[in-house]
Write a protein that binds this ligand. Structure first.
Ligand code: S3P
Length: 173
């Protein structure tokens, strides 16, 4: 079984994913880390030196590699992964995969991301909190059609990590 966590940047996919994997005694894979170590380069460096199109191709390739595994795994995607190629249909159509969308409101995402934007190439150039909120609003509007194809939607606003984990585990049993 592969449990796939989907959500916008800053929605807690990696934190929740690694703790969920511990709780279920599953392997944990963070797709960005997997890409980074396979390519021997940080995500920001891949974007700078090879460009976003190259990154999306590699993201698609490594996603399919992981999805074909038979190991019990929790997989945290990058925020853009569901939105390129046929990635979301591959996830939704795979009988061994359960997908969960960690949904957060725009102001919460903006608050979480503002001080962490440097390592995220798509938002690192944004100067003010207000501009970031506006960017996220537009970006999420384009992406939500992909995220919403997840099997379950978890409303993560104002919930502790513990509560979110409990909610996910109840859905899974
Ligand atoms: C991206 C999200 C990032 C990373 C890359 C592109 C996106 O992952 O894959 O910077 O398109 O939203 P996180 O969601 O883990 O920040």
């Amino acid at each position: 079984m592969i449990i796939v966590l989907i959500g916008y940047m800053g929605s807690g996919k990696s934190t929740i994913g690694s703790q969920l994997a511990d709780a279920l005694e599953y392997n944990f894979i963070d797709l960005d880390d997997y890409i980074s170590s396979s390519e021997g380069s940080s995500i920001s460096d891949i974007f700078t030196t090879k460009g976003e199109i190259y990154f999306r191709k590699q993201e698609h390739h490594y996603l399919n590699e992981i999805l074909s595994s038979k190991d019990n795994t929790v997989l945290s995607l990058g925020g853009g992964t569901p939105c390129y190629y046929d990635n979301m249909s591959a996830i939704a159509a795979n009988a061994n995969v359960i997908s969960l969308y960690l949904k957060l409101a725009i102001p919460n995402l903006s608050q979480r991301l503002f001080n962490e934007r440097e390592k995220r190439p798509l938002i690192s150039h944004i100067q003010s909190q207000e501009d970031l909120t506006e960017f996220i609003g537009k970006h999420l509007f384009e992406r939500v059609q992909f995220y919403s194809q997840a099997k379950y939607v978890i409303n993560a606003d104002q919930k502790s990590i513990k509560n979110i984990l409990e909610e996910i585990i109840i859905l899974l049993i």
